[in-house]
Design a protein around this ligand. Structure first.
Ligand SMILES: [Zn+2]
Ligand SMILES: [Zn+2]
Length: 246
């Protein structure tokens, strides 16, 4: 898909250059300048301070602050994924081999909705999948799909979350209750955020703990309580064996 007409037609300015650069990074994702509404990621009002806010083709609007660290390139996303997988190994005991066998894809909101079919998450920001490689080798491919344009502070824990799903699939977990499955993945987020330790990360942990969502909030609190100070891999092993939280 080529750059939107309005971007191509606009006279060169820092703003149109920014749009063009974004469009080169991920063709077809940026639709133009956002006007009105609020940021899909942080809910701030769009257009404050006359800075560059964008609207993506799937209708999401991003504020300039979130755009500043938005993950719009696979190469940047892969570096973060590698970081996250190292932390999950060192702090949680979950080995992803540095993320080498995990494929990363950046997706639009529409693509994620179409591929997830998850009734308890109508607007997913990520998903994880497993498939056979199409190169004829028949190798198993694990894919982490993340919403295009997430700011880095949200992209990183989301990678941790989706790696939690990958871990469960790769280690042949039995069918789990949704709250148990998602609770374990939220614990992966927790491990990353705890290691990060920034003010933002700590408030994200607080947000997870106080979430009223019956799957993600309840699931996280139950999984965290079941940890009892152990490393995450020990709890994962219990759940794999039992089919539920210990
Ligand atoms: Zn924002
Ligand atoms: Zn999940």
């Amino acid at each position: 898909m080529s750059a939107p007409e309005e971007i191509l037609a606009a006279p060169p300015s820092p703003r149109t250059e920014r749009f063009r650069a974004l469009d080169r990074e991920m063709p077809g994702f940026v639709a133009g300048r956002a006007v009105g509404g609020s940021c899909f990621a942080c809910y701030r009002p769009i257009g404050e301070g006359g800075r560059v806010d964008v609207v993506y083709r799937d209708g999401r609007m991003s504020c300039a602050k979130c755009l500043a660290t938005a993950v719009t390139r696979i190469s940047k996303g892969r570096l973060i994924l590698q970081d996250v997988s190292r932390v999950l190994r060192d702090a949680g005991g979950l080995d992803f081999d540095g993320g080498r066998w995990v494929r990363l894809e950046l997706r639009s909101q529409e693509q994620l909705i179409a591929s997830s079919g998850c009734s308890y998450a109508p607007l997913p920001w990520g998903s994880a999948g497993v498939s056979r490689d199409d190169d004829g080798s028949g190798a198993t491919v694990y894919t982490v799909n993340v919403l295009y344009g997430l700011p880095q502070t949200m992209f990183s824990p989301l990678c941790a979350h989706e790696l939690g799903h990958v871990y469960q699939v790769r280690h042949n977990f039995p069918k789990l209750d949704n709250a148990v499955m998602e609770g374990l993945c939220r614990l992966c987020e927790y491990v990353w955020l705890k290691r990060d330790g920034s003010t933002t990360a700590l408030s994200q942990i607080d947000g997870m703990w106080h979430s009223e969502n019956p799957v993600y909030g309840t699931g996280y609190r139950a999984a965290y309580t079941a940890l009892r100070g152990r490393r995450l891999v020990a709890l994962m092993e219990d759940v794999r064996r039992l089919g539920h939280l210990p």
